[in-house]
Write a protein that binds this ligand. Structure first.
Ligand SMILES: *Cc1c(COP(=O)(O)O)cnc(C)c1O
Length: 386
């Protein structure tokens, strides 16, 4: 798409930097995910934290997805966009009293609870506001997601979930709490997982813990296996839509369940990453002693992933490629006063000049949502392709 001169000319009229959202691709991606899930009677809650842009949320809501939230404001946002309360879940290790009360008042489907103390607090607050709270217990399955250590969440040393050694006590606390009803078990092992064997290992753990509870007479209605399905950052054009069939198939095959038990997923990145591109203009080119630099008008304030966890994003020059032009290696950097403000090193690109447009691909997830106004930067702009 970014080889197209019409798009280039459209974008040249816009003030940059901007987030370009391909709503057609988003719709195709959502349809593929929904179709693969429906076929197996699986339910998907979209993880809002990946991208809470209104246009994107509205499209996702209109397709019948639920919402997976990690703050009271995300719960409120989901309600405002039109997600039905019975399709909203609320996770996170540090829910404040105020956030819990917001969620209770909206009668959301369930809290994903991460500690015994949190169970007790939800029970107490539910009593105060006269509500009953559905909870799913987040279990740390100790499965290595084989992804970046900052986005690995399901190991014993991570802060997430109730440790296995405390589950006996958690089950007893749930039984003694009047205002709490256990609906399910919740797991989430990490993000950007591309090795489907990780999910196979997760299924084994889910089966074990489900059996553990059922042996103790506690019926588990919902198995929530979290999100984490990865996308192809290297080849966004070749693989614009993740293989949802293969992903759901793993759970269909390996998760033990009865026809009454529901399987819930919380996908974020897999649904929205590929539809987003950060579009930026070259402000300056500079040849250092050893390097060529492209200095862009976008920086870590618009897309933090490279600075935060050395994430790779494909970088392209926008517009028609001229055959036979010798490419150059550039360090592509932003204007922010931090050395980590760099989108890519030694990136091979056709020769670039001031005013050229650059696309930083696969930026639809954990991009715009992490934008900041550090250096008192402008608010981010948008361009919707529909
Ligand atoms: C972040 C998060 C997700 C979504 O993860 P993706 O990798 O974007 O699919 C799902 N569940 C929980 C609990 C999360 O924290």
């Amino acid at each position: 798409m970014f080889k197209n001169d019409i798009i280039k000319n459209n974008l040249l009229q816009q003030e940059t930097p901007l987030y370009f959202y391909d709503l057609r691709l988003l719709e195709k991606t959502l349809d593929a995910a929904k179709k693969a899930a429906d076929k197996r009677n699986f339910h998907i809650h979209y993880a809002l934290k990946a991208n809470f842009n209104d246009r994107i949320l509205s499209l996702i809501q209109s397709k019948g997805f639920g919402a997976d939230c990690v703050s009271g404001n995300e719960v409120q946002k989901s309600i405002d966009i039109g997600f039905p309360a019975e399709k909203i879940t609320f996770a996170g290790v540090g829910k404040s009293d105020k956030e819990i009360i917001t969620a209770l008042k909206h009668k959301i489907f369930a809290f994903n609870v991460e500690s015994i103390q949190e169970l007790e607090v939800i029970n107490e607050l539910a009593g105060q506001v006269g509500e009953k709270a559905n909870v799913s217990l987040r279990i740390n399955p100790n499965v290595d997601a084989h992804t970046h250590h900052y986005i690995t969440t399901g190991l014993d040393e991570n802060k997430f979930g109730v440790p296995n050694s405390e589950l006996e006590k958690a089950a007893a606390v749930i039984n003694s709490c009047e205002n709490i009803h256990l609906v399910g078990l919740h797991f989430h092992v990490g993000s950007q997982i591309t090795d489907l064997n990780v999910f196979k290992s997760l299924c084994v753990k889910v089966n074990e813990w489900k059996n553990w509870f059922e042996e103790r007479g506690t019926y588990i209605k919902v198995l929530n296996v979290g999100g984490g399905l990865g996308v192809d950052y290297k080849y966004p054009d070749e693989n614009p839509i993740p293989d949802f069939e293969a992903y759901f198939d793993i759970f269909d095959k390996f998760l033990e369940r009865t026809s009454q038990q529901e399987v819930h997923f919380e996908l974020g990145r897999a649904l929205v990453a590929q539809c987003g591109t950060l579009v930026s203009k070259v402000l300056y080119t500079k040849s250092g002693v050893k390097k060529n630099f492209l200095i862009l008008d976008a920086g870590m304030t618009e897309l933090m992933r490279p600075a935060l966890y050395q994430a790779y994003h494909k970088i392209e020059k926008i517009g028609e490629e001229i055959a036979g032009v010798q490419k150059l290696n550039y360090d592509v950097v932003g204007p922010i006063c931090e050395s980590s403000d760099c989108f890519g090193k030694e990136v091979e690109l056709p020769p670039c000049k001031r005013g050229d447009l650059i696309a930083i691909r696969t930026a639809g997830a954990y991009g715009e949502v992490m934008a900041s106004n550090y250096n008192l930067r402008n608010e981010i702009r948008h361009y919707y392709y529909e």
